[in-house]
Design a protein around this ligand. Structure first.
Ligand code: PLP
Length: 419
């Protein structure tokens, strides 16, 4: 959790008062601090690159706003993309095709052809995908996503590396996959795993690296194949709760890189952090529009619901909440912070001790940069909200609020229904 400055009871984000941002852009609004994005990227790149050549493939599923992509392009990041839409966004943000690695699951032939047309390197998820790719192209540089049978994560829905999940080539078929790729005239250059998301400790990454190293050794000894890169995926967690500990990046980098350097001849380590880079750079500002006292509890009704930030409703995730215009004041009343969506599961936070609220107060929901706007929806016909970038006291709009017309634009009424 990032610390925010306070002036006269007001929270500052990137040097701008939250209440001024709410006034100028309306709420709900996502606000991202540009310096924080750069700082996070440099921290993770620095920890690994001090030990061995490193490539960071920012997992843009976490946040694919074009301005955020531009910042990371300037920093020298590369990209992990999982759909042709993400690839297109990154190309438009200025990433060259060789800086994008595509890791899709259950990929159609149509999407494979689009990737080949754009010269994107594909990280293959299944033997079927390999055969289908061979019908479209040959000679391409490829890598494989392996299921390492090591899974971890903050919720069962985000554990991707366990044996029972749909992801990757099974461990016991991975040698067949490389052999077949060579037969089909592909150039296999990498090996990848992704164990899950929100992992706060080093151990599962170390375990997954052991599996990667043993497969890389088998590839060298049996097929004479020397990999260019070993990719340990993303999934590095952040401290969402005030008393959570941050990941020990130095220890993580040491455990991972020492294993790769000592056990393989791979020249590069690749990581795919999404959350680590973007989550704590962004707060969601939302206005208290309604207060309700019931026999059981106090509800603070706000203008952002699970349409805007789905993580609490979907995963039961914790996001810290502060009152941006009563910042630092002591808590007096315990509230559930709930949104405008017509479902009882529509909450942003439960049981939070906050200063006594009034309608019109401004709440700041922390750590909303990853899987916030990208997982938002228009459920209940609510347009997606604005996004703003702040930097050292000034702000820019980086995504316009949708309109009702935007929501209706794609609907069609057959003429027979107009009679
Ligand atoms: C293949 C892959 N790489 C990287 C990530 C990024 O994960 P995180 O944002 O937790 O770092 C994901 C997330 O789902 C993923 O599926």
């Amino acid at each position: 959790m990032r610390k925010f400055e306070c002036i006269d009871d007001n929270m500052l984000i990137g040097g701008v008062r939250a209440i001024d941002l709410a006034e100028e852009y309306g709420t709900p609004v996502y606000v991202t601090d540009e310096d924080a994005v750069r700082e996070n990227y440099r921290a993770i790149y620095g920890a690994f690159s001090r030990r061995m050549p490193t490539r960071i493939n920012y997992a843009c599923k976490a946040n694919a706003n074009l301005a955020i992509l531009r910042i990371l392009e300037q920093e020298g990041s590369c990209i992990d993309a999982v759909s042709i839409g993400e690839v297109e966004a990154c190309l438009r943000a200025g990433f060259s095709p060789e800086r994008i690695l595509y890791t899709g699951v259950n990929v159609s032939n149509h999407e494979l052809a689009q990737l080949v047309n754009r010269n994107i390197t594909i990280n293959i998820d299944s033997l079927s995908q390999l055969e289908r790719l061979a019908e479209i192209t040959s000679g391409a540089r490829i890598s494989f996503r392996m299921n390492p049978e090591v899974g971890a994560g903050h919720h069962e829905k985000v554990v991707t590396g366990a044996r029972s999940t749909k992801f990757g080539v099974p461990r016991d078929r991975i040698m067949d996959a490389y052999e077949r790729a060579i037969e089909l005239d592909f150039q296999p250059i990498g090996l990848h795993v992704h164990i899950g998301a929100g992992v706060q400790v080093v151990e599962p990454f170390a375990k997954a690296t052991d599996v990667l190293v043993s497969v890389a050794q088998e590839l060298e000894s049996k097929l004479g194949l020397q990999l260019e890169f070993i990719d340990i995926g993303g999934g590095i967690g952040i401290p969402y709760r005030p008393d959570d500990s941050p990941m020990d990046l130095e220890l993580l980098a040491e455990e991972v890189t020492s294993r790769i350097k000592n056990g393989t001849s791979a020249s590069k380590v690749v990581l795919e952090p999404g959350r680590y880079i973007i989550a704590d750079t962004t707060v969601l500002l939302t206005t208290v529009v309604d207060l309700k006292e019931t026999p059981d509890r106090w509800f603070a009704g706000v203008d952002a619901g699970f349409n805007t930030l789905v993580r609490p409703a979907f995963y039961g995730s914790y996001h810290h909440v502060a009152v941006a215009n009563k910042f630092g004041r002591p808590g007096e009343v315990t509230y559930d912070v709930v949104g405008p969506i017509c479902e009882s599961g529509d909450h942003l936070a439960k049981d939070r001790l906050l200063p006594r609220l009034e309608e019109g107060d401004l709440l700041a929901v922390y750590d909303a940069g990853a899987y916030g706007s990208t997982m938002s929806s228009q459920y209940n016909m609510r347009p997606k909200c604005r996004e703003v970038l702040v930097r050292r006291g000034s702000s820019n709009l980086i995504r316009e609020r949708e309109t009702i017309d935007d929501l209706l634009r794609h609907d069609r009424i057959p003429s027979r229904l107009m009679l």
